[in-house]
Design a protein around this ligand. Structure first.
Ligand code: SAM
Length: 284
């Protein structure tokens, strides 16, 4: 955690990344989690929750583009989108770039994360929280999806790691709730950790999603400040066509949407479903 001007990530007990905190902009125990936002010469403004790096100005685009454009361009005509978590606003910003989107509901447990990220990381949400298509709900995501009567075309769980308030977002109860509020031809994606370091979480998610969806799998992307190798994103759907949409179709949809990206490309999209052997072994 934070001491002197060093921030030591505590996600792993015997190894982790360390940041020089050139300036601490905000630090509080919100009642849900410990929140700190600080400036770092390498990564710009950085936000961490409960000892885990959540997002940085410099590399946030990698994660937010892969979490949003892979499911959205696989689906192709998502009108209603649900985001769980995502308090920094990066997912919301990217979802709203898609012309097909009519409404985005975001369910975030911690209002202070939203407020402080708007203040200290304004480019993450980039005004998205004021978009009339955005419906922000302050609630626990597991309760929302189990009580929700609406259906969504794409659901994105941009949660913290399975600890603290985020733990419930990796349970069968949460995934059952997702199943309840996902359209039959829709797709659910979720951040599922760095697979080399959190392999058991990949296995556990696969075991919990498989009984509920025709297809439970993963795709991946390398996010620099999620240290330890490629990050795996959970993928769950009853619509087997989505993962197999052709490169040409993805390219046509990407061009038609006229979205500018810095990491995502249609070729990266298709390639992201190619998983390393150790991940394939983990989800046998
Ligand atoms: N990109 C980060 C990652 O991959 O670790 C996640 C970023 S985002 C800041 C994580 C968000 O999940 C936070 O805003 C946190 O407040 C929210 N969150 C944690 N548990 C939650 C829950 N049970 N319901 C809704 N939001 C939750």
């Amino acid at each position: 955690m934070a001491n002197d001007n060093q921030y030591l990530e505590t996600l792993y007990p015997s190894w982790g990344q360390q940041f020089v905190m050139d300036k601490v902009l905000f630090e509080v125990n919100t009642g849900h989690q410990h929140l700190v936002i600080f400036d770092n010469a390498q990564w710009g403004t950085v936000m961490a929750l409960d000892g885990v790096i959540q997002t940085t100005e410099k590399d946030e685009f990698v994660y937010h583009e892969m979490m949003v454009h892979v499911p959205m361009l696989s689906h192709g005509e998502a009108k209603k989108v649900l985001i769980i978590g995502g308090g920094d606003g990066g997912i919301l910003r990217e979802v709203l770039k898609h012309p097909s989107v009519q409404t985005v509901t975001q369910v975030e447990i911690d209002q202070q994360v939203i407020d402080m990220c708007i203040k200290y990381l304004p480019n993450h949400s980039a005004g998205a929280y004021n978009n009339p298509k955005a419906n922000i709900v302050i609630a626990d995501g597991v309760d929302f999806v189990n009580e929700c009567t609406e259906k969504f075309d794409v659901i994105i769980s941009d949660s913290t790691d399975p600890m603290g308030p985020g733990e419930v977002l990796f349970t069968s109860r949460f995934y059952q709730g997702i199943k309840n509020c996902l359209e039959d031809d829709g797709v659910f994606v979720a951040q599922n950790g760095v697979s080399f370091m959190q392999t058991s979480e990949v296995t556990t998610t696969f075991k919990r999603l498989s009984p509920l969806f025709t297809e439970a799998s993963f795709y991946c992307g390398a996010v620099p400040t999620y240290v330890g190798g490629i990050m795996t994103f959970a993928w769950a759907t009853d619509n087997l066509a989505l993962k197999n949409v052709s490169l040409e179709t993805i390219e046509a949809r990407f061009e038609a949407a006229n979205i500018s990206t810095r990491f995502y490309t249609p070729a990266v999209h298709k390639g992201s479903f190619a998983l390393p052997h150790y991940v394939m072994e983990a989800i046998k």
